[in-house]
Design a protein around this ligand. Structure first.
Ligand code: TRP
Length: 458
């Protein structure tokens, strides 16, 4: 079986696929508005520290586990720690994939709808009128059928890419879409910077405002560093499992982190320069993309084109991330249950789509299940994954390396493909230790808050 395992076609292909997983709605939508609301550069500095210390450690841990075992999460933990409970960390990952992709697919659908809206000139009627743009967005997401139809199309595209396999599906499409994403963002950023007053956007995004940085923004930065790097559910274990021992994993991990961070910053520049040049509200928060930008684009010359390009780029970023989430589920059924790629992908892609339909409907389109922590089902799935499942998965992965697998074994796998040993045993112990304890503290904070309303950090 294992000698038939699919492999990436090239080193670059793997890096683009892994960066494609990392670069998603999180970079282009979440990071800019979080930075905008939490102290600009002050937030960015904290975020960079989280990425470099905690993020880098867990990216490397996941890639090493995947490449060593050549298996997706459940099989990977089981191979290194047979007959133990560690395989449940793998199951937690597969479960997280269902939870995340359910709502991620809905947002993917919204983005598709906005490409269509922009192309059909729909933004023109919103010129300089974010309130109108907001009510149009609100009406759309709370309707019954339209968001579901777009979500189903998005999920079908995702299934299509995965069915074609690792090299001819995921890698091929990542190699096409990643350069396009970077190119389009650079063009949009230059467009924004050359607008009158555009440079003010840079000040807004990059000037440190330490008074706006609270303890909860630090928690936010840490949680986001997990989400943006696709960590804590075995995505990188799965992608690492299609690698051969010749690849330098430290180098690959650094590339993924660099691309992910650079693209988040570029998106921030493209968005805030345009928002400032057009005198729109930069503190628009989560609505920035769906109602501030559509009301801003038509004010530019060639606005329909800029608006469409923006949503096309966001769509590609969302798709390369969504496929990495579905691949975790597909790989589990291929590796552990011996299913064919096609059967696994179509069946479970459909199950996730159906769960996603309930997320979509929870915004007012029909079945309004709010029994979960008092939240709409959509928000519940988002909180469940990003506040609990991913951090727990990430923390357990670091503990696994330290306590179960052993740092020596881990290091000998990491060193394969690296021509020197800049990484020492002590460094790994420190990094994994910090990652596990910082994340553990954050989880404790969340759980205590949920159960008893006690907040260790405000
Ligand atoms: N990293 C992606 C983003 O920034 C989302 C994503 C893809 C993800 N795969 C994941 C998040 C796995 C958590 C776990 O949008």
């Amino acid at each position: 079986m294992s000698n038939q395992r699919e492999q990436w076609g090239s080193k670059l292909g793997f890096i683009l696929a892994a960066a494609g997983s990392a670069v998603g709605i999180g970079n282009i939508w979440k990071y800019p508005h979080m930075a905008g609301q939490n102290g600009g550069a002050a937030f960015t500095i904290v975020y960079l520290i989280c990425i470099l210390v905690v993020g880098l450690s867990i990216v490397i841990a996941e890639l090493v586990i995947g490449r060593k075992t050549q298996l997706s999460p459940v099989g990977a933990f089981e191979t290194i720690a047979p007959r133990s409970n560690w395989k449940w960390v793998g199951f937690l990952g597969v479960g997280s994939a269902f939870v995340i992709l359910a709502f991620y697919g809905v947002v993917g659908g919204w983005i598709l709808k906005y490409i269509v809206l922009s192309l059909s000139g729909g933004f023109e009627t919103l010129t300089g009128n974010p309130t109108e743009a907001e009510s149009i967005f609100g009406a759309f997401i709370s309707s019954t059928w339209s968001p579901i139809i777009y979500q189903v199309i998005f999920m079908a595209l995702c299934i299509y890419v995965i069915v074609n396999g690792v090299k001819n599906g995921i890698e091929k499409w990542s190699k096409i879409m990643m350069p396009l994403i970077i190119g389009l963002l650079v063009v949009l950023a230059i467009r924004g910077l050359t607008l009158p007053n555009g440079v003010e956007g840079l000040t807004f995004l990059f000037k440190p405002k330490f008074e706006d940085l609270t303890a909860s923004s630090i928690v936010l930065a840490l949680g986001h560093s997990f989400f943006t790097l696709s960590l804590g559910m075995g995505t990188m274990i799965t992608y690492g499992s299609y690698l051969n021992p010749k690849q330098n994993l430290l180098n690959s991990a650094l590339w993924v982190i660099l691309l992910d961070t650079a693209i988040a910053m570029l998106a921030g520049v493209a968005i805030f320069t345009t928002v400032f040049a057009m005198n729109a509200d930069p503190a628009g928060g989560p609505g920035l993309i769906f109602f501030i930008l559509p009301s801003v684009f038509p004010q530019l010359i060639g606005g329909t084109i800029w608006g469409t390009l923006f949503f096309v780029l966001l769509f590609m970023a969302a798709l390369t991330s969504a496929i990495s989430i579905l691949e975790v589920v597909t790989a589990y059924f291929i590796d552990q249950k011996g299913w064919s790629r096609k059967k696994a992908t179509i069946q479970f892609g459909s199950v996730i789509t159906i769960v996603g339909i309930f997320c979509s409907l929870s915004y007012g389109g029909g079945i309004n299940i709010t029994a979960f922590m008092g939240l709409p089902f959509f928000d519940f799935m988002d909180h469940l994954s990003s506040k609990y499942m991913l951090p727990i998965g990430g923390m357990l992965t670091a503990i696994f390396v330290l306590k179960k697998w052993g740092v020596d074994n881990f290091l000998s796998e990491l060193r394969s493909g690296m021509d020197n040993s800049i990484i020492s045993k002590e460094l790994i112990v420190v990094l994994m230790g910090i990652a596990a304890s910082v994340v553990g503290f954050i989880i404790l904070n969340e759980v205590l808050d949920l159960a008893f309303g006690i907040k260790l950090i405000q």
